[in-house]
Structure formats: structure tokens, C-alpha cells
Design a protein around this ligand. Structure first.
Ligand code: ADP
Length: 477
């Protein structure tokens, strides 16, 4: 059993209240750790530490900050195996996916270690004689970061690497489901020589910690990854002090397969997108629209692939699909399925997972559902589980309209070989990210983010660091 603490000012500390909370392994429902349960008092201490650290960190040469991020990159790769195991044990994902998450996280540190050296301003032509105009960039200041449990390492590192490279300091509240991954990152930061107060971590009472961050005058930005509901709430709270917000919120990704698509590629893509992290990803295929002409062939091949999925404890190298994060997640999806069935849907495949259910009630059988009618909750809601929810269509305009008929706008996927259609879809789909004949959207070199109620701002890539910078305009006469 792990016993770890909050991380404030490079010190491992208990909560001021003395309260603790348990961390569970969802594959067995066993307690794997007891950690402090912080509240607003602890968050204020963390903010204080960040306030003291900011002037010095922001004045450090970019090259020096880069060296520390680079060291973190090396350490994360060197510790890939133990880090991946922590991820599996507290989050549930399959070990190979955990390794991939660690590699992605490392790549973000490597990328931003370099990007931090390329923060340029502008020289602007004068508007009157004897005048010089220019702009330069400055770090925004103390950043409050709130992160989810689905990619507990990558979602922290994507914010942390860019914020630190920009010269910002951070108070992080990771998900209470997955504090151990956050603690492991703090250990790496310590070993890499990150100065005290630059990264502070508190977890416990999410609402109280959230309020301490949003109400603080010295926190200048809140960056959040999580549900649209909480994102809206934080945005409202941040309005009181006009804080900048960067929000990576929910998705409802359409996955459209046209009649001329390479069906094998589309099935392979769907499996990769739908089952990544057990379907608990905001960009995973949520509504699968198949052209009527290819529906039978597609379904047959999809079923064949679903039959191969191995479900179990993520630590087992042969397992493809682990448990969901908790029992509530399973119950939510079961409710969506019930609603679909009541509206005429049919389950065309469901795996048997009796053995897993004996271990934990966090397992949900991978399944394929064909929806008969419209107006199902499953078409409107982010499923967040291994359920392939299929609809069919016959007309391009109809499917574009249906794909856009949502308040979400994160990721969309299209499979077709028709180049003119590709352009029409690229332009018309109201999504921050669109993949054509592909499903890979996350990389350190590209910027990730959504439109509509899927969020504000971009993380990673060329744009990521700019979220944490302010432009200062200078006029000299
Ligand atoms: P999910 O459904 O993926 O758990 P949430 O939006 O509920 O998404 O959680 C994402 C993060 O937001 C977690 O760290 C969680 O603790 C935090 N969170 C949830 N509610 C609040 C709140 N009212 N204020 C601040 N943070 C919150």
C-alpha cells in the first residue's frame, strides 16, 4: 500500500485538517493507498508557495527552465515501467496503454523544453516619427490546474510542461480518483531539480480547492480538463476576478463511414478510437454513422474484432480492456443503453465478463448497439465506455447535419476515399479536430482542443505555450 502526501513548496505534507482519503484499484476494488484529503486551507498554502516562487522562476533563463523540463523528460522515460504500473493500478487501463501514455507525456516535456526557447515578440512599424513600437511576451503568472482521471499523467504534463516553459508556476488539483500519478510526477520534478513552489499539488475536497483557486486574486489563470458541466462552473467562478480560462471539456465525436471507404481500415480505426482507455476518452468515437450500403459488411467485421477483446486486470499483459473508473461510470452507461433499448435499439454483440464481475463492479462488457430511432440519450451524451453505438445514414448532407447537431465540438472522424467529399466535410464539420481515414489526434507536435461547448484554448503543439503567455505592448517615444 502506498502512503503519499500533498506536495507544497517541495515538501510532502499532510492536510491541515488531518483528514485522509482512500485510493482504490478499480480492477479489484481494493484500497491501494491512503492519502491526505486537502481543502481550501491547504490550497491557500499552495497558492502562497506559488506566489513566492513566481518572480524567481519567471526570471530564470529559458535555457535553464528547458534543462529541468528535459531532465523530467529523461526521468519519465527511465521510469516508464513503474509509472505505467501506478497508472494501471489506480486508473485501470491496460498496461500497454499506460506505457503509451507515459511516452506521450515524455514527448510533451521534450517538446516544451524546446518551445520555451522560442517565445518571440513583434517589432511594429511606428505610427509617428521618433517612435518605436514593439510587443513582448510575459508569463501569465500563477496557474491553477484541475485535471481528470482518464489520462492522469498526460493531462497533467500537457498543462505543466507548457506552463513551466512559459515561466508560469502551478497549483495543481489532480482528480481524487488518481492522486498517485500526480504524486509520481512531483517526485520526478523534485529529482529533476524543479525549485520549491513552482509545482504544488493538492487534492481532496474538489469544490473547496476549486473555489480557493478561482477566488484567489493572485491566481491569474485556471486551466481545466474535465466535464463541460464543471468547466462552465469554473468559468463562471473565474469571471469574478476576470481570470483567463483554458478549458478542455467533453466531446461527442461522430465517426462517419461512407460507402466508398476502406472498410477494414475503418473498423481498425473504430476499434482503436472506441476502445482506447476503455472508451473513457473525450475524443473517442461516440456516434458511429455507417452508410446503409456498407452497414452489414462493417458490422460483421466489427463483431469479429470485438470478439477478440480480452477484458480483465490491466496489469495482465494479455488484457486489452480494463475496468471503468468506478461503479457510477458503469451505472451511467447502463442507463444510456436502457434508454436506447426502450427506443428500439438492439444489442448485436455483448462480451461475457462474469469472471471480472466477481472481482469488481467496475467492469462493463464491451458491446455493440444498433440504434433504430432518433432522439436517444446515447446519441446526445458522451458515453465514456466500451459501447459502440451505431446509426445508419444514406445522404452526405444528412449525416453532416446530424454530426453537427450537438453542443460539443471536439473531434470528428471520417472514412472515405472521395477527395472532393473530404474537403466538403473538413470545411463543414464543426469540430476543433477532424481526422480523415485516421484516428490519431494527440501528439506533442499538434495542438489539441475543441470548439462550442468542448472548450476554449489549445494544448500542445505550436499554440500550447501561448495559452500561458500575455502580450505586452510597448511604445517608446
Ligand atoms: P469527470 O466526469 O471526468 O470526472 P469532472 O469534471 O467531474 O469530470 O472532473 C474533472 C476534474 O474536476 C477532477 O479533478 C474533479 O475533482 C474536478 N472537479 C469536479 N467538480 C469540481 C468543482 N465543483 N470545482 C472544482 N473542481 C471540480
Amino acid at each position: 500500500m502506498y502512503t503519499r502526501s500533498l506536495f507544497i513548496n517541495n515538501q510532502w505534507v499532510d492536510s491541515i485538517s488531518g483528514k485522509t482519503m482512500a485510493v482504490y484499484n478499480p480492477a479489484e476494488m481494493s484500497i491501494i493507498a491512503k492519502v491526505p484529503y486537502a481543502d481550501d486551507q491547504d490550497a491557500r498554502l499552495a497558492i502562497k508557495a506559488a506566489e513566492i516562487a513566481f518572480p524567481k522562476w519567471s526570471a530564470t533563463l529559458p535555457k535553464e527552465r528547458s534543462k529541468i523540463l528535459r531532465k523530467m523528460y529523461e526521468l519519465i522515460l527511465a521510469k516508464k515501467e513503474p509509472l505505467a504500473k501506478i497508472l494501471v493500478v489506480e486508473q485501470g487501463k491496460a498496461i500497454n496503454e499506460a506505457r503509451a501514455e507515459i511516452e506521450y507525456s515524455a514527448s510533451l516535456l521534450e517538446w516544451f523544453a524546446e518551445e520555451g526557447k522560442r517565445i518571440y515578440g513583434d517589432i511594429v512599424p511606428s505610427v509617428k516619427l521618433g517612435q518605436r513600437l514593439f510587443t513582448f511576451k510575459q508569463p501569465i503568472g500563477i496557474v491553477g490546474a484541475i485535471t481528470p482521471w482518464n489520462f492522469p499523467v498526460a493531462m497533467i504534463i500537457r498543462k505543466l510542461a507548457s506552463a513551466l516553459a512559459a515561466g508560469c508556476v502551478m497549483v495543481l488539483k489532480p482528480s481524487e480518483e488518481t492522486p498517485l500519478s500526480a504524486i509520481a510526477i512531483a517526485e520526478i520534478a523534485l529529482e529533476a531539480g524543479l525549485p520549491a513552489g513552482v509545482l504544488n499539488i493538492v487534492f481532496g475536497d474538489a469544490i473547496k480547492i476549486g473555489q480557493a483557486l478561482t477566488s484567489s486574486d493572485s491566481v491569474r489563470m485556471v486551466t481545466f480538463t474535465g466535464s463541460t458541466r464543471v468547466g462552465k462552473l469554473l468559468m463562471q467562478e473565474c469571471a469574478k476576478t476576470v481570470k483567463k480560462v483554458s478549458l478542455e471539456l467533453g466531446g461527442n465525436a461522430p465517426f462517419i463511414v461512407f460507402e466508398d471507404a476502406d472498410i477494414d481500415k475503418a473498423v481498425e480505426g473504430l476499434i482503436a478510437s472506441k476502445l482506447r482507455n476503455g472508451g473513457q476518452s473525450c475524443i473517442c468515437a461516440n456516434r458511429i454513422y455507417l452508410h446503409q450500403q456498407i452497414q452489414d459488411e462493417f458490422m460483421q467485421k466489427l463483431k469479429f474484432e470485438f470478439e477478440k477483446i480480452t477484458v480483465g486486470n490491466g496489469l495482465d499483459e494479455t488484457v486489452r480492456l480494463g475496468p471503468l473508473i468506478n461503479k457510477q461510470a458503469v451505472e451511467k452507461i447502463e442507463g444510456l443503453i436502457r434508454d436506447s433499448l426502450a427506443k428500439g435499439a438492439e444489442i448485436v454483440y455483448q462480451a461475457s465478463i462474469d469472471e471480472q464481475k466477481k472481482q469488481s463492479n467496475c467492469f462493463l462488457a464491451p458491446q455493440i448497439l444498433i440504434n433504430a430511432g432518433a432522439d436517444t440519450q446515447i446519441e446526445k451524451t458522451e458515453i465514456f465506455g466500451p459501447v459502440a453505438s451505431i446509426f445508419n445514414f444514406t445522404d452526405e448532407n444528412e449525416v453532416i447535419k446530424r454530426a453537427n447537431a450537438t453542443n460539443y465540438g471536439l473531434a470528428g472522424y471520417v472514412f472515405t476515399k472521395d477527395m472532393q467529399r473530404i474537403w466538403r466535410l473538413l470545411e463543414q464539420l464543426e469540430y476543433g479536430m477532424v481526422a480523415i481515414n485516421d484516428v490519431a489526434l494527440s501528439s506533442e507536435m499538434t495542438s489539441f482542443g475543441g470548439v462550442k461547448e468542448s472548450g476554449i484554448g489549445r494544448e500542445g503543439g505550436k499554440l500550447g505555450i501561448h495559452e500561458y503567455l500575455e502580450d505586452k505592448f510597448i511604445a517608446i517615444a
